[in-house]
Design a protein around this ligand. Sequence first.
Ligand code: NAD
Ligand code: ZN
Length: 357
Amino acid sequence: MTTFKGFAMKRLNETGWVEKEVPDCEPYDAIVRPTCVSPCTSDTHTVWEGAIGDRKDMVLGHEAVGIVEKVGSHVKNFKEGDKVIVPAITPDWDDEAAQRGFPSQTTEPLGGWKFSNFKDGVFGERFHVNLADANLALQPEELSDEAAVMLVDMWSTGMMGAENADIPLGGSVLVIGIGAVGLSAIAGAKLLGAGEIYAAGTRPISVKVAKKYGATNIINYKEGSIDQQVRDATDGAGVDSVIIAGGNLENTWKEAIASAKAGGTVSNVNYLSGADNVLIPRVEWGCGMSGIKITNGLCPGGRVRMERLASLALNKRADPELLVTHKFKGLEKIEEALYLMKDKPKDLIKPIVKIEE
Ligand code: NAD
Ligand code: ZN
């Protein structure tokens, strides 16, 4: 195969199918054929909100599992035919940012995010993976494609939101936004020892999964401000940690900071778009002296992260498949799945597309 078909962002606000040359496989790299993929809300920010600027004929998608088609001459741990989990983020592990402990930020801010950002993504018949030994993980036989594809971005990002939130054992957590990322943050918060977990969201299907993942209280953000509802539920105390995984730039940051206890942490994983500035509310932030910390991050990638998330799933710490609400079959269905992600019907959490059994 010298060329492949892929579903691409043709330019801002326009998608379509493209045919491209299969990329070269350099000595440390691999070429993979996807067996199952899933669109991300970030793909919709990219195409329809211009969140990373314009792109021309760039194949979309960064959530995939697949089969290794080819490895470079220096790849030690993988061979043709291996079934692999492909992290959404594939850092340059020899870069100085990786040595400082920030692999997702290698070569430039957000530089570990390559698929459907700087290079063609995974919504094609073939895709290229840099540094295969560090950026692929073997997919355990007991882990289904549906489960494995939820680890590469949704679990990795959501659980990072919880890891960054400095949750005290038995402490209280608020998760704002309960799409697939916020739900994964709830699962992560529970695993990290949270006591009460408040989930702000309304989609009935998400509320159901939130409770299964460990939410103890549901807050309907359409019925009043989130911080007021959190204060009412906690006798005015607020929560130790807040994870932002949805919402908007007008209200959400104000509500997040106003929900946190003095000294608490607000951990953002939301992909911010729609305005140029994030407004930190002065009074609620204790005039800059409340000790409320603000953290953020890009999804962790790499082999070890995937192996650890797979271990959580295999040991039944939480079930990644609960996030999958819509299943499609065949590469050509990627288009429908992406538009579903854009339109977000009420019964949707995540769609997946099975390309090959
Ligand atoms: P989603 O759209 O499915 O979930 C967000 C939820 O927030 C929706 O259900 C929405 O109805 C809800 N919401 C809207 N306004 C709200 C409000 N005012 N208060 C509370 N909830 C509100 O998205 P998702 O797939 O779960 O992704 C969440 C965010 O994470 C997206 O912005 C996505 O691009 C981003 N993301 C970031 C990373 C990263 O590495 N940091 C990785 C993947 C995704
Ligand atoms: Zn994503």
